[in-house]
Design a binder for this molecule. Structure first.
Ligand code: BES
Ligand code: MN
Ligand code: ZN
Length: 496
């Protein structure tokens, strides 16, 4: 999709549809007022009759405008006539984008960046338009015979006043990059497990690295992992016929000696549970157990596209977790790369097993911070539902930076405690630790397990089990937390 910034008055733009905001109590936004003038009072008549009440997210589509060169107008309700919260602004944008999926709309001009939003500048407001539209037109077709998409949108013109053009262009560049990162993460995640295997993820990461000069890739094969002593990671892949891969993307955007930000994403391309087999109902959704890895790939793409002045390393341990004669058995004990031994009491707690060796591997990069993201525990859904991702970590400053970024990006997270009192739940009689902590506090004990492998750096863990995809009739990946991580990286760049 093509985006551009224009300062031409809306009514002079040749488009299939013009989008303007309307507040409650029949109050028109500035752009709506301008269109009202050139439509002989059509819009004020409509709002005064009450046909469009202006409630937040309400939509009225005008498909024909009498005596006018304007083809169509989409009125969007903005609620009360006062500055919007960022959530409400995004709600209005989402309603707009959802209503523009029509066979006859290829080009659209959007004036909504003019509306006042609390604590938001032109850059943020324009960026959100690009992100929201990018998200709305995403449609999975890869394995459908009919590749026709609902949206025919080709061109989005975002109108802003002349003085706001520089900020708007900066916001547009970011919004496109983040939107495309989200779309890439969604696509990888929505692909079925028989296509999106560890090897496929490695190929896609390799393709990405070929597109950017500052992006390199290396891929560790099982033999390399064995050499490094990654007994924990390798134990998970034993039951699978697909070879595991440890994908390492290196983005060199920063000073040569600047410490890298390391992102680690769980890339479990299908989680059957192993010998501790999962129940059948809804097991298909365990193709989404690689959403952490997909989000790392999407975020690295966004960072490269924005050309951020940072060094970023994306590490994705990719494997399947399957039952097999050679698979992990409950009670098996393996030695991790760190030298610590792990008793596997439940083969379905495999995410932490592939992540722990990857965290140890991350040490060699002398990271500034390490952030891992993983669809790690069903318990996270019990604790927090599907609204925020879970956040746990060993560094308050890093956690607070992530919380601030999540608020700006509207990609929410909520911190849970990582107190050492929880650590005793992981006690094993036969190894240094067990891989599960019993029925209580499952998200916390999973993070406690990871914390034991993250002692040598500042580290945060995002449990995205409730946020990475939607179930039910709207089943599909969300691309979260690409917006949050992209924002964190933007904030880090701005702080240099
Ligand atoms: N990938 C799952 C976690 C998961 C389950 C995410 C459902 C989203 C929805 C993970 O590998 C897993 O199976 N975790 C177990 C841990 C348990 C055995 C301690 C879980 O949550 O049941
Ligand atoms: Mn599992
Ligand atoms: Zn899993």
């Amino acid at each position: 999709m093509d985006y551009s910034i224009e300062s031409t008055p809306l009514e002079k733009l040749q488009c299939d549809c013009l989008v303007v905001g309307v507040y409650q109590n029949a109050q028109l936004s500035p752009s709506a007022t301008a269109l009202d003038v050139c439509t002989q009072g059509l819009l004020s008549e409509i709002v005064q009759r009450g046909d469009m009440g202006g409630k937040l997210g309400d939509i009225l589509f005008l498909n024909a405008i009498p005596n006018s060169a304007i083809k169509r107008i989409l009125l969007v309700g903005l609620g009360e006539n006062k500055p919007l919260s960022n959530k409400h602004y995004l709600k209005a944008l989402a309603a707009t984008a959802a209503n523009l999926k029509k066979p006859y709309i290829k080009t659209v001009a959007v004036s909504l960046a003019e509306c006042a939003v609390l604590d938001a500048d032109w850059q943020w407001k324009v960026r959100q338009i690009a992100e929201t539209f990018g998200d709305a037109v995403y449609q999975y077709t890869h394995t459908k015979s009919d590749k026709e998409t609902e949206s025919k949108l080709e061109q989005v013109i975002i109108t802003v006043p002349e003085m706001a053009k520089d900020l708007a262009n900066a916001g547009l560049q970011q919004g496109k990059a983040i939107g495309e990162g989200v779309a890439l993460a969604k696509w990888l995640a929505d692909l079925p497990g028989n296509i999106c295997t560890p090897s496929f993820l490695a190929e896609q990461a390799t393709l990405l690295s070929g597109k950017h000069d500052k992006l390199d890739i290396s891929i560790l094969e099982e033999a390399d992992m064995a050499q490094l002593g990654m007994g924990s990671l390798l134990s998970v892949t034993r039951g699978s016929r697909q070879p595991a891969k440890l994908i390492c993307l290196h983005f060199h955007g920063g000073e040569k000696n600047a410490k890298p930000i390391v992102l680690v994403g769980k890339g479990l391309t299908f989680d059957a549970g192993g010998i501790s087999l999962k129940p059948g109902l809804g097991m298909d959704e365990m193709k989404y157990d690689m959403c952490g890895g997909a989000a790392v790939i999407g975020t690295v793409q966004a960072a490269a596209q924005m050309d951020l002045p940072l060094n970023i390393i994306g590490l994705i341990p990719a494997s399947e977790n399957m039952p097999d004669g050679d698979a992990n058995k409950p009670g098996d004990i393996w030695t991790s790369m760190s030298g610590k031994t792990i008793e596997i009491l439940n083969t379905d707690a495999e995410g932490r097993l592939i992540l722990c060796d990857t965290l140890t591997y991350a040490e060699q990069f002398n990271p500034d911070v390490v952030i891992d993201l993983a669809t790690l525990t069903g318990a996270c859904l019990v604790a927090l539902g599907r609204i925020p991702s879970g956040l746990l970590g060993n560094d308050d400053a890093l956690c607070n930076d992530l919380i601030a970024a999540s608020e700006t990006a509207n990609d929410s997270i909520w911190r849970l405690p990582l107190w050492e009192e929880y650590q005793e739940l992981l006690k094993s009689n036969f190894a240094d630790m067990a891989n599960i902590g019993g029925k209580d506090a499952g998200t916390i004990t999973a993070a406690c397990f990871l914390a034991r492998f993250a002692e040598n750096f500042r580290w945060a863990h995002l449990d995205i089990a409730g946020t990475a995809w939607r179930s039910g009739s709207q089943k599909g990946a969300t691309g979260r937390p690409v917006p949050l991580l992209s924002q964190y990286l933007i904030d880090r760049s701005n702080a240099l």
